[in-house]
Design a protein around this ligand. Structure first.
Ligand code: ATP
Length: 306
């Protein structure tokens, strides 16, 4: 029997390193981004519709604020690119069950786009190769290819040219979430403004971080976390500084603003110390909400079909 519906589960990411090069002539920055996929997931269910019904999208779950249910949704962009490339008419409904914080620097929209690529490929038996999926993914956004692969990876170029990072062990995270997101373009613009005329060197992979990941050395990873956008995110949202301070005080191994923020990710020794920190952050009153997660986890994968 032909498959009528598919559900793809796709993780969020945190950055372990985000190094931002000088602004290029095209307005973009070269990046070195070390991503880790973590155990907070969106589920994307794609159901075949009647011929001629077109594409519809609905959003559900606890993280829906500000997520467009129209052509602006990155899932719709994925469908549109695949339709053109494979001369495919998609008549389907996409339901996105969101748990990944919106505009939180955790690549939620990119995750949904990656999940949609995998789901459409499955539903329409396109038999896309990994390379073909990655090509479509990088046309949508620089974080999208990573959400297909998951694990731990180094992104160069605009962050989308991926190589797997040699990483051992499991890392435990406490995430301080904000109720109001930060716009990624606004944070890059603030980073450029703060840098002014400073000479900025091309970004390099952080060797200390790579060694620590290889050695399953969580304190070493904690000490090596680095994000060049952190200053800009704190400048636009000074409360992030308070959140970082609480985490340091309660013994996190390290802290980093994830991507362009405002989510702050704290690396902790284990789940129990994560719980202590989560309680401290909640009672401090400086965070919207707190989540615990671990990584690395796999990228987008099909979890159900019908
Ligand atoms: P990144 O970490 O990749 O910079 P982010 O996690 O900060 O991104 P997203 O959650 O991806 O931010 O959302 C940024 C904006 O993208 C949202 O405010 C929303 O307007 C738009 N958007 C489009 N599609 C989606 C989607 N499927 N999920 C969430 N936001 C989406």
């Amino acid at each position: 029997m032909p498959v009528k519906s598919v559900t793809v589960r796709v993780p969020a990411k945190v950055n372990l390193q985000l190094s931002v090069g000088p602004k290029e002539a095209d307005g973009y920055h070269n990046l070195v981004s070390v991503f880790q996929a973590i155990s907070i997931f969106d589920d994307i269910t794609i159901k075949l519709g009647e011929p001629g019904s077109g594409l519809t999208i609905s959003i559900s779950g606890d993280q829906t604020h500000g997520v467009p249910a129209d052509a602006n949704n990155l899932a719709a962009k994925a469908v549109s690119l695949i339709s053109k490339e494979y001369d495919l008419t998609v008549d389907a409904h996409i339901e996105i069950k969101k748990s990944i914080p919106v505009a939180g620097g955790m690549a939620g929209g990119s995750a949904d786009a990656a999940g949609t690529i995998l789901g459409i490929d499955y539903l329409y038996s396109l038999d896309m190769t990994r390379e073909e999926m990655i090509e479509i993914a990088s046309k949508i956004g620089s974080d999208v290819p990573f959400m297909l692969s998951g694990g731990t990876a180094i992104g160069t170029g605009h962050g989308d040219q991926l190589t797997a990072a040699l990483s051992r062990g499991t890392y435990h995270w406490v995430l301080a979430l904000s109720t109001v997101g930060l716009s990624t373009p606004a944070v890059y613009a603030e980073c450029d403004r703060l840098r002014g005329e400073l000479e900025i060197v091309e970004p390099q992979t952080h060797e200390g971080l790579m060694q620590a990941l290889l050695g399953a050395d969580a304190p070493g990873v904690g000490a090596a976390l680095v994000n060049d956008l952190q200053l800009a995110a704190c400048s636009l949202r000074p409360a992030i500084r308070l959140v970082l301070d609480v985490g340091q005080e309660y013994g996190a191994l390290g802290a980093i603003v994830s991507g362009s923020g405002p989510t702050v990710a704290f690396l902790v020794a284990d789940q129990d110390s994560g719980l202590d920190l989560a309680v401290a952050l909640t009672s401090s009153g400086v965070v919207g909400s707190v989540a615990q997660a671990y990584g690395p986890v796999a990228g987008a994968k099909v979890i159900a079909t019908n």
